[in-house]
Design a binder for this molecule. Sequence first.
Ligand code: AMP
Length: 282
Amino acid sequence: MLIATTLAQIQNALAQTRKQGKTIGFVPTMGALHEGHLSLLRRAKKENHVCILSIFINPTQFGPNEDFTKYPRDKKKDVLLAKKENIDIIFYPSEKIMYPPGYLTYIEVTKLSDVLCGRTRPGHFKGVTTVIAKLLNIVRPQTMYLGEKDAQQCVILKHLVKDLNFATKVIACPTVRETDGLAMSSRNKYLSSTERKEATVLYSSLTLAKNEIKRGLRDAMKIRYLIEQNIRTLSRGEIDYVACVNAENLEPLTEIKGHVLIAVAARWGTTRLIDNVSISVK
Ligand code: AMP
């Protein structure tokens, strides 16, 4: 397994790969790898000749009061896990390589970046789209694998790829959960044991809502109310938003119809967690 830290290293390795006519599957991450990340790597490995994992804690996607400095970093463990999965290349650039002095260019997917998480995290998705555009230009993969856990990110990055004509297919993979339903996240490490127990309310509330939809409830406001009430009754989590939106364009719904994304964000102390489910309704 090659650990490429410079542009020359990654580009030389990939030039060889392309010359041999091999396909490249790409999984961008911020490290602190867990089973969620590994599921994407396994899929990329299965569907491509070569699998590239990038690990870069992207400073431009963190707000001034967010957790950039305390975001979990464990290079040793990440390298071990990647080796175990037979990953071909880890791209592990420094901040200086991604944003050298004098860096000026940012990419923004408008509209979609301002709703849901974009409301409380202004500039977050601009950082995400900028770093992913750069990584796609560096790696030029046939396919990029993302997690449905970050549903808004998937919608935005699919738009980015389409709008800027990147020759990359984007595949969204199912959310991997702990046995009690909590979506795996590098940020779960921040939770105290009480908070960790309470955080299961996110998925249980989403599941409750999904079951109500299956039983015929179509009023989006009632669905949102149901989720909010459940979270407030069963936990001390502070709700950031509960939304029922069109899963393709993220527009808010009054009636549950079509491909629907039900998304939540809530905070326990300074730890902000997100989760979502989707459902197709005729
Ligand atoms: P991150 O390191 O948090 O930036 O995540 C890197 C990629 O892994 C993103 O595409 C995430 O959506 C995906 N991911 C994170 N958690 C999970 C999970 N529990 N299940 C599936 N994919 C995930």
